[in-house]
Design a protein around this ligand. Structure first.
Ligand code: 6R9
Length: 642
């Protein structure tokens, strides 16, 4: 990404902006007295029992609000139904086919209690694991809340993942129940979620039941011992289920994400710290008020959807929009139409979506009245200044602020972002600006020395924050090694960063083997372990190259086993294999067949060299390369394709 000096001095005015104080003061307080600061903030949660200790920090484990008891479904629903929020809209839901549903807080409360009662009857209790494999339909947030109510630990698996990818996660978490739908709509097609869930259930002996939400009309075979329709288990249920008094640090959910290994890791989040962090950061970054209509376009299958489609907006009693389908279905103006229709005031999306809209032209958003918008946001990858400016001009009409929020599955909520809810900063297109209160950022060189402003290095977080992950599920060793071993005592996110002369932060992409395709996180190791699982493949190396819309695109270098020759057919077959074992997001842009992969003398694949070949860059230092011929070969394969 290129840095730009073009600064947009954006100081919003008007009654909407009621900043709660001075950013510098609040930030300083959060650094000087973190425990006092967070104790004060935590007054905004409803506690069944107050905490005894704000923070127990035994690096690398932080436990917040020790001794406190609460329930997140109570925070999101019970609290509100005792006030005038009861009849306020929680979700305007719209399906891809245009069908709609309006869910008030009271309706969400009723549904959550009933779903919790139905789960209880299936034998789900506190501490049990439940996998949710659902499209963007209201049943998904309702089941998340129902699990939270019962104290069952849920794991949401993105609906575009394959049956095999679902099975891997279900098995790792040990889910007793999979909740899915008959199918889902995507660009006019129906995708068979139930069949994928069956594939996972057959592979995982831990699964006792599949609950099926009727969503698409097509037929699905029901196994009478294992499969139940949601409608059947809900029949006749209308009851209150008391929310479990959860410990502040009881696990809430596990969300699988990609790291540097071939297997996704289960990021484990807790209850109180997470609940507080997401609600506070939403307020600080977007400054909502009670009239706001918030639309975070992320799928709930990712952390952004967990924190900012489901829990934080409900905690704050906000009205949200939830949309099932693709942004370009039936046409590229669907989202602008929805903003105008629902009077969306806060719109939060990804750079990849913005770049797609840019490509189709500004005439599409120009057809709609977007004047309801008061705040914009971006997440998922670095936003290039051109996309930022396009968004600022064509969606924000140069009148509203953009919060470029940098964060991760592991951080629970926003870490670095403009904070119009505290005090609007001037903005620089492409910079996520400043850390949130409580986030102690430094930029280090490879030896752990802090770099002067202007130089790029590893971003680290030097203090625990309430939204920090509890652990990697059932893998403490990987947790310590991944985040805490390189710079002991500091959390290592794995991104490159540069602090400029004004102390603005520029997040410059991953420093490790993680690729971001259309904002979705996937690792080279995952792609490689999938593809070498195909009987025709001997070895493979994955890398990425920049893509104008998707940010990065997947490139694979493959050596075939004896007996299989490179051909368009085997290429198509390997693409199918990747989609079947991981999901559609693993679709490679290109597969190159070579006889040798470039390796170090110790046998490590040099992906850096392949990436240079795939991007047409200079290869650089090859002194550790074992066989120089392999690079020439990769280059020849690449040239041939051009
Ligand atoms: C929320 C989410 C995390 C990785 C992160 C970074 C990239 C996310 C960004 C950003 C620059 C932003 N990332 N937001 N990079 N600017 N505003 O995306 O979580 O899927 O875990 O990915 O995404 O590289 O390390 P997750």
């Amino acid at each position: 990404m290129t840095q730009t000096d073009s600064r947009v001095t954006h100081l919003p005015t008007g009654s909407y902006y009621t900043p709660s104080g001075e950013y510098d003061d609040l930030y300083r307080r959060s650094m000087e007295d973190p425990e006092g600061f967070w104790a004060e903030q935590a007054e905004s949660l409803d506690w069944f029992k107050p905490w005894e200790k704000v923070l127990d920090w035994q690096a690398p484990y932080a436990r917040w609000f020790v001794g406190g008891k609460l329930n997140l479904s109570y925070q999101c629903l019970d609290r509100h139904v005792q006030t005038e929020v009861k009849n306020k809209v929680a979700f305007y839901w719209e399906g891809e086919l245009g069908e709609t549903q309006v869910l008030t807080y009271n309706e969400m409360y009723r549904l959550t209690n009933n779903y919790a009662a139905a789960l209880k009857r299936l034998g789900v209790k506190r501490g049990d694991k439940v996998a949710l494999y659902l499209p963007m339909i209201p049943a998904l947030p309702v089941f998340m809340l129902a699990c939270a109510r019962l104290g069952a630990i849920f794991t949401v698996v993105f609906s575009a993942f394959s049956g095999q990818a679902l099975a891997d996660r279900v098995e790792d978490v040990g889910a007793k129940v999979i909740i899915t739908s008959s199918g889902m709509h995507r660009r006019g097609k129906i995708l068979p979620l139930k069949e994928n869930a069956v594939e996972a259930a057959v592979k995982c002996p831990c699964v006792e039941k599949i609950v099926v939400v009727k969503h698409t009309g097509h037929h699905t075979e029901m196994d009478p011992d294992r499969d139940v329709w949601l409608d059947d288990i809900l029949a006749g249920v209308d009851e209150y289920v008391a929310p479990e008094a959860m410990d502040a640090n009881d696990p809430l959910f596990v969300l699988y994400t990609s790291g540097s290994t071939g297997k996704p890791k289960g990021i484990l989040h807790g209850t109180a710290g997470y609940a507080l962090w997401i609600a506070k950061t939403l307020q600080w970054a977007f400054n909502p008020d009670q009239k706001s209509v918030f639309w975070c376009t992320a799928d709930i299958g990712w952390i952004t959807g967990h924190s900012y489609v489901v829990f934080a907006p409900l905690e704050l009693g906000l009205t949200s929009v939830m949309y099932e389908g693709a942004p370009d279905f039936p046409a590229i103006d669907r989202w602008w139409q929805l903003i105008a229709k629902y009077g969306v005031t806060i719109f939060y999306t990804s750079p990849t979506a913005i770049r797609m809209f840019m490509r189709h032209g500004e005439e599409w958003p120009a057809k709609y009245d977007l004047s309801s918008l008061k705040s914009l946001g971006s997440v998922g990858e670095p936003i290039n200044p051109e996309a930022w400016l396009w968004y600022y001009r064509n969606i924000g009409h140069e009148r509203i602020s953009i919060s470029d929020t940098w964060w991760q599955t592991e951080t629970g909520g926003f870490m670095i972002s403009p904070t119009p809810g505290i005090q609007p900063h001037p903005l620089k297109p492409g910079s996520a600006t400043k850390p949130m209160p409580g986030v102690d950022v430094a930029v280090l060189d490879p030896d752990g020395k802090e770099l002067p402003n202007g130089q790029t290095g590893f971003i680290v977080i030097r203090k625990p924050w309430p939204g920090m992950l509890l652990d990697i599920y059932q893998n403490q060793e990987l947790y310590q090694q991944t985040y805490w071993s390189r710079f002991p005592g500091y959390y290592l996110p794995g991104d490159f960063c540069m602090k400029d002369q004004d102390n603005f932060l520029w997040l410059l992409g991953r420093a490790d083997e993680v690729i971001k395709v259309a904002g979705h996180r996937i690792s080279t190791a995952e792609l490689e372990s999938s593809i070498v699982g195909h009987s025709a493949v001997a070895e493979a190396a994955a890398c990425s190259r920049p893509d104008e819309v998707k940010g990065e695109a997947i490139i694979l270098f493959v050596t075939l086993r004896k007996g299989t020759d490179p051909s368009p057919e085997i290429k198509a077959e390997l693409t199918r294999h990747l989609r079947a074992t991981i999901g559609a997001l693993a679709t490679p842009e290109e597969i190159f067949f070579v006889n040798l992969l470039p390796k170090t003398r110790s046998g490590k694949i040099m992906r850096r060299l392949l990436k240079a070949v795939a991007t047409g860059a200079t290869v650089g230092d090859t002194s550790t390369l074992d066989d120089g011929a392999s690079i020439d070969e990769a280059r020849a394969a690449f040239e041939e394709l051009k």
